[in-house]
Design a protein around this ligand. Structure first.
Ligand SMILES: Nc1ncnc2c1ncn2[C@@H]1O[C@H](COP(=O)(O)OP(=O)(O)OP(=O)(O)O)[C@@H](O)[C@H]1O
Ligand SMILES: [Mg+2]
Length: 264
């Protein structure tokens, strides 16, 4: 059985077109059908504005669909009572392009990770030793030294900061991670380190992962399958290798052409 299914998933936005004009309807996500298996890494690619982030916000239950459903392990999320949805929602985490989107600049690494750990283990609340051990364990998992525990996000480099954001996501023991352009703001050399880390963690923890990017080279080595989006629709879906060898749509060919020729 699929871990996550999107069924005719649709999101319309109304956008103002000036002071007096009628609002324009934007079909950000347009009847998307997609099935993702447990432990799979799905690359979701497409030009800016094609609807990638809107799909992730729909899956995360941050916005509700205009039409269609998100189905988790066979259950339609919209049919579940709100506290059940909240319980399941804990299994989902996001990693963003800008780690500050998930890291509070006024919280130390210890506070940020402890806060996330406590959502799963409220019983650790007054157990500083247990929390410290858990936080150190998470830092080790993402390749950071435990001595960083009392530092603030601004004291780190971009790559290290993204590692902390990844540790924070893992702290809630998620089953699904949606990474939305997680390496787009990083130098190319750092990009591959973070990609390798995500790949390693995905294998170790058997995570299901949706990897959103406008840059096909980023998902080339990490994705099992790739879905290509265009104006709210999935226009091509297949094994990553096939897409690189034999792209079927104009959008896929253009995304391939946009990959820089020299890769390090
Ligand atoms: N809250 C909103 N209100 C109105 N329109 C929106 C809203 N959010 C997104 N849109 C529109 O929906 C479309 C899809 O946006 P979305 O952010 O999902 O694209 P994206 O593929 O993530 O783009 P990018 O690669 O630039 O991040 C765009 O036309 C965008 O302007
Ligand atoms: Mg986006």
């Amino acid at each position: 059985m699929a871990y996550l299914e999107l069924e005719e998933l649709t999101k319309q936005f109304k956008r103002k077109t000036g002071l007096f004009g009628p609002p324009e309807i934007v079909l950000a996500v347009d009847h998307v059908n997609l099935s993702i298996n447990k432990g799979e890494i799905l690359g979701l690619v497409g030009e800016s504005g094609c609807g990638k982030s809107t799909i992730s916000r729909l899956i995360m239950q941050l916005i509700s669909p205009t039409e269609g459903s998100v189905i988790l392990e066979g259950e339609r999320l919209a049919d579940l009572p709100p506290d059940e949805v909240r319980r399941r929602r804990r299994d989902f985490q996001m990693i963003f392009q800008d780690p500050y989107a998930s890291l509070n600049p006024r919280m130390t690494v210890f506070s940020a990770l402890s806060e996330a750990i406590l959502t799963r283990h409220p019983e650790y609340k007054d157990d500083i030793d247990q929390l410290t051990e858990k936080v150190s364990e998470l830092l080790a998992k993402v390749g950071l030294d435990a001595r960083y525990i009392r530092k603030y996000p601004h004291e780190f480099s971009g790559g290290q900061r993204q590692r902390i954001a990844i540790a924070r996501a893992l702290a809630t023991e998620p089953k699904l991670i949606i990474a939305d352009e997680p390496v787009s703001a990083l130098d190319v050399s750092i990009q591959s380190q973070i990609l390798n880390l995500l790949r390693k963690l995905q294998r170790e923890l058997n995570l299901t992962m949706i990897f959103i990017t406008h840059d096909l080279s980023v998902v080339k080595y990490i994705a099992d399958r790739i879905a290509v989006m265009e104006s709210g629709k999935i226009v091509e879906l297949g094994e990553a290798e096939d897409l690189f060898e034999n792209p079927k749509t104009k959008t896929a060919r253009e995304l391939l052409r946009a990959i820089p020729k020299i890769q390090f």
